[in-house]
Ligand binder design. Structure first.
Ligand SMILES: [Zn+2]
Length: 259
């Protein structure tokens, strides 16, 4: 598995490089067609001097290190988010390779990871969760997960529908906190995770509550009164992908002992 993991790491970093384009450009466009077109043209260019970025300055992780995080021409700082996204996506791909092996299950896992990495950074900065990411990811996820294990079709559909319905209720009862983006994201996660989505939602709420508490304690609540929920859901989804079944069994085991 060793050499294959290196290939998976490099592949993950390359996809991460594309995610940087997604994260930067999608929220700056309106409408599916414009958003999709923005991903292919114009080519990568410096946001400072507008000069095109050569292929050798666009190598995931390496170029950032070689250029010391600055544009070769104008010295404009390259955001730290770029290598961070590439590295995170690459490491998560390797973990998925270890967890699922070179089996069909690996494909939806990688797709799920990259969708969540993109949602994490876009929602954190812009307070939106683009449909153009979540809806195709939900459709492809449901189809491939059922194709891989047809026996789970009902579990997967119910997990998605119930998760989305739950968030829809929360959004209606407490407007301002949750948005429709969170509703669709929760549904998408259910399609991939099945009953493990419970772990993802629980962790999402736990992390969200802790972050809210931290804002109150540090007195920063006023400055940034609204905390996007998508990033917490995304983290919960990643944990559930790798450890959802384990945590669910653990919890049910404790529960049974208690009885
Ligand atoms: Zn420049």
């Amino acid at each position: 598995m060793g050499p294959i993991l290196i290939v998976i790491f490099i592949f993950g970093a390359i996809i991460g490089s594309f995610l940087n384009v997604v994260i930067y450009r999608l929220p700056r466009e309106e409408g599916w067609r414009r958003q999709l077109r923005s991903l292919v043209s114009p080519g990568s260019h410096c946001t400072g001097c507008e000069r095109p970025i050569s292929w050798y300055d666009n190598i995931p992780l390496l170029s950032y290190a070689v250029l010391r995080g600055k544009c070769r021409h104008c010295g404009e700082r390259i955001p730290r988010r770029y290598p961070l996204v590439e590295f995170a996506n690459a490491v998560l791909y390797v973990l998925a390779g270890l967890a699922f092996g070179l089996k069909p299950e690996l494909f939806p896992a990688l797709l799920f990871i990259s969708a969540l990495v993109a949602v994490f950074f876009i929602d954190m900065e812009h307070y939106i969760i683009p449909n153009v990411i979540v809806l195709p990811a939900a459709a492809v996820g449901l189809v491939t997960m059922i194709a891989i294990d047809p026996g789970r079709w009902l579990e997967l559909i119910l997990a998605g529908v119930i998760s989305a319905a739950f968030f829809f209720l929360v959004a209606i009862i407490k407007p301002g906190g949750m948005g429709m983006g969170d509703v669709k994201l929760a549904g998408m996660m259910g399609f991939y995770l099945g009953k493990s989505v419970l772990v993802a939602l629980f962790l999402g709420f736990l992390l969200g509550a802790l972050a809210g508490l931290a804002l109150v304690i540090t007195g920063r609540k006023g400055r940034k009164s609204r905390v996007p929920f998508g990033p917490f859901l995304a983290v919960g989804g990643i944990v559930a992908l790798f450890a959802g079944q384990y945590l669910l069994d653990l919890y049910l085991g404790l529960f049974n002992q208690g009885l």
